[in-house]
Design a protein around this ligand. Structure first.
Ligand SMILES: Cc1ncc(COP(=O)(O)O)c(C=O)c1O
Length: 346
């Protein structure tokens, strides 16, 4: 396949291609042909995830700009922030994280991603939610605080790079366009033929934008279903299509386009909200663990997998159809605060 990415600054960070394997027992149980694309295994630590694909290009760009500090954002249990800290350490950048406490962490007993952030030696700023404040208002406050620090560092001669929530810029999305091409190459090498669906969890949209851009590049035909981990407004499709098209422009492939209506975004499965497990997401985690020995995370992949299972029940995915579930990682949040994890032991 043509190398669309050769001209982009890139640092190889992922163990790639990530495995693509069939879920045999669950396929039999559900009556579909179910495959797992294992981006939970991107590395470099045991807690990989989808952000590593984006960071290959984001930090590749940082390297060309003599960056010293990389600032990024998320919730306190953000997988993206943790992966950014790990990737920064591999590349020699200093990670600075501004994290909104959607669920209040216990600073004397750090858990999950926060423990890993500390282990990676990231500079962490926890931004507490103020009474009556929404998550996005707290995020805006976090940006403001970070920008002040970046200005001060810049003024003192240090170069900083700001990576937005989820690494979802068009540069980050290029990482997932490359991920889609990787899947196509694997399908070809393994003689697998076409799939009907790629199902994954969507948050800040960079993964979906990249997959859609990759599908446009390759002329792929499968439906890419993106299941949200929280409420998204009606502008989400337009935002994601915009990112995909900017990525295609950057790759000098402007002849192909992604339209908002090409994106199958399903808002039906995040339950009571971000970082709040639902009965269906908890059941989905147990089912995959107990049939395949594969672990999902409670915040993102469990909700997407719960959606996939429901699609079977309501006939949106039919018997015999061929599905790739793109496992985007998040394992560290299994060891987050109990309110995030839910009850997995029954
Ligand atoms: C495990 C996991 N899955 C899916 C996503 C969503 O990816 P994106 O933000 O690119 O939509 C995230 C984002 O943080 C994640 O951590």
């Amino acid at each position: 396949m043509k190398d669309f990415f050769a001209e982009q600054p890139r640092i190889p960070l992922c163990f790639s291609p990530t495995p693509l394997h069939r879920a045999d027992r669950l396929s039999d149980e559900l009556g579909i042909d179910l495959w797992l694309k294992r981006d939970d295994l991107t590395g470099p630590s045991a807690f990989g995830g989808n952000k590593m694909r984006k960071l290959e290009f984001l930090l590749g760009l940082a390297k060309t700009q003599s960056v010293e500090y990389v600032f990024t954002f998320g919730a306190t249990q953000s997988n993206h922030a943790m992966e950014t800290a790990a990737a920064c350490r591999r590349c020699g950048f200093k990670p600075v994280l501004y994290l909104v406490a959607v669920v209040e962490p216990d600073k004397d007993s750090l858990r999950g991603n926060m423990l890993l952030d500390a282990l990676f030696g990231a500079e962490v700023h926890v931004v507490k939610m103020l009474p009556g404040e929404t998550e996005s208002e707290a995020e805006a406050r976090a940006f403001e605080m970070a920008r002040k620090q970046m200005h001060a560092l810049d003024a003192a001669g240090h170069h900083c790079m700001e990576v937005p929530i989820g690494g979802s810029t068009y540069v980050g999305a290029i990482g997932f366009a490359a991920g889609y091409v990787e899947l196509k190459e694997q399908q070809e090498a393994m003689g697998l033929g076409d799939f009907d669906y790629i199902v994954h969890s969507t948050g800040s949209g960079g993964t979906l934008a990249g997959l859609a851009a990759g599908r446009a590049l390759c002329g792929g035909k499968e439906e890419i279903v993106a299941i949200t981990c929280s409420m998204k407004d009606e502008a989400y499709e337009t935002k994601v299509a915009g990112l995909a098209n900017q990525a295609l422009d950057q790759l000098k492939q402007s002849v192909v386009r992604v339209l908002p209506e090409d994106l199958a975004i399903d808002r039906g499965y995040f339950g009571a909200g971000y970082e709040i497990p639902s009965e269906a997401s908890t059941e989905a985690m147990k089912l995959l663990a107990r049939t395949e020995g594969v672990v999902l995370d409670p915040v993102y992949t469990a909700k997407a997998f719960a959606g996939l299972l429901d699609f079977m029940k309501i006939g949106r995915i039919k018997q015999g159809e061929r599905v790739v579930f793109w496992h985007t990682g998040g394992a560290a949040s299994l060891f987050a605060e109990p309110a995030i994890v839910g009850n997995l032991s029954d």
